[in-house]
Write a protein that binds this ligand. Structure first.
Ligand code: GCO
Ligand code: MG
Length: 402
């Protein structure tokens, strides 16, 4: 069997998605998600100029060799743009493998370790009362785990909270907007928020929170310690993860579980975090973490150190990535939780999906491969439009992590 061609489909049903479609001489094709929010066109250029010409003629069954060709074989390896391209190729090849063998992806990577995949949703409100109300709605919908973000008194727009009371979407149309940030106001507010949430909704609901890289290790240790009484499922990205050793300080001071790595793209971003058991959950998703081939190794290494998966799954990751993640989550033993931010309904006009949500869990049908298809005609109706993530400054104007 040979790869005959591949193409990149860029579309924007409500938000931008990049999809790689790989064709074979047996009429079977595979799909991979290649979306890197705000940097879509860089991945498109890398795929079109470098990867696709080198894919043609290869046997799509050789997923390990092809993965290494685009990782080890590339002198300028790693980085978000190249790893998103590698991920898309790998995902599409596993999709083809499943279709050739007429079996769902999960069967190729261990079969089902569980019946269904626990997910968490987002609840975000403009202030404390609004957030409390939003959490109630998510619990009514059936969610067993809720990520809680709230507007902070004294900070006008902050991460994770919709500006217009609509559904929160990461990225805004046009060039990057600027937001302002005040860590001390944030740190003073968050424990009160979680105390109110537990008071209102009790101990059974799983609660998560995303710091979005905004604390120093010392500030994060304070926060993790002060949140201990509210038993979070996890505290996410408490610090920016470049300094892996920085996580030691948080660990020494608190038992609040830590999730990190939605911006990571390699097993080496995790090595110290794993071997020193500094975290509890792997956030790096299939779409940016090298696809199924690499993430199987990351999950296996994590399992040695009691670390579970908790993949990134915001709306800027396409339905192809979500479906592939459900297969992966069904199969690996050390699955923890999956982020699930349902896509706007317009997305389902373009992507034909095979998963469903019921009572806090996602399941997937038995279509071969990943099981998602793309309607290219419909995709053509929604052309790419420039959208960027915000840039963040401290209140005195100093540039800061977003
Ligand atoms: C999350 C994330 C997202 C990211 C977004 C960036 O935990 O879901 O932090 O909201 O900010 O995916 O593109
Ligand atoms: Mg996050």
């Amino acid at each position: 069997m040979k790869i005959t061609n591949a193409k990149v489909i860029v579309c924007s049903p409500g938000r931008n998605f990049v999809t790689l479609k790989i064709f074979t001489d047996q009429g079977i094709f595979g799909l991979g998600d290649a979306t890197l929010n705000g940097m879509e066109k860089s991945v498109v250029a890398y795929l079109e100029n470098y990867c696709i010409p080198a894919l043609i003629g290869r046997d799509p069954g050789n997923t390990e060799d092809i993965w290494n060709y685009f990782y080890r074989g590339v002198y300028w390896r790693r980085g978000a743009v190249s790893m998103t391209a590698v991920s898309a190729i790998d995902m599409a090849l596993w999709d083809i493998k499943g279709k050739v063998l007429n079996t769902p992806l999960y069967n190729l990577i261990g079969g089902k370790s569980r019946k269904k995949v626990l997910v968490y949703c987002h609840a975000n409100g403009k202030d404390l009362d609004d957030t409390i109300e939003k959490i109630g709605k998510e619990i009514e919908t059936g969610f067993k785990a809720v990520r809680v973000q709230s507007g902070v008194p004294g900070i006008s727009h902050t991460y994770g909270v919709a500006r217009d009371n609509k559904f929160y979407e990461p990225a805004h149309k046009g060039l990057a907007q600027e937001e302002y940030w005040d860590t001390s106001k944030y740190l003073n507010f968050v424990p009160t928020l979680f105390s109110r949430v537990r008071e209102n909704y009790g101990d059974d609901i799983h609660l998560l929170h995303d710091v979005h890289h905004r604390c120093t290790p010392n500030e994060a240790a304070r926060l993790a310690k002060e949140l201990e009484p509210y038993h979070l499922f996890w505290l996410e990205d408490p610090v920016s993860g470049e300094l892996q050793e920085g996580l030691r300080l948080i660990r020494q001071h608190s038992t609040t579980p830590i999730a990190i790595g939605e911006v990571f793209n390699s097993i080496y971003d995790y090595s110290t975090l794993f071997t020193e058991q500094l975290i509890d959950y792997i956030r790096m998703p299939l779409v940016h973490g090298g696809g199924i081939t690499h993430m199987l190794k990351v999950a296996a290494m994590g399992s040695v150190y009691h670390i579970n998966t908790g993949f990134h799954g915001a709306t800027d990751l396409s339905p192809v990535n979500l479906a592939a993640s459900i297969h992966f989550n069904l199969a690996v033993n050390n699955f923890g939780i999956q982020e699930y931010m349902p896509h706007q309904s317009i997305v389902n006009e373009v992507f034909k999906t095979n998963y469903s949500f019921n009572d806090g869990y996602l399941t997937i049908d038995d279509s071969p491969g990943i099981g998602v298809d793309i309607d290219e005609k419909k995709a053509g109706l929604y052309p790419y439009s420039v959208a960027r993530l915000p840039v963040n400054r401290k209140t005195d104007g100093t540039l800061f992590n977003w």
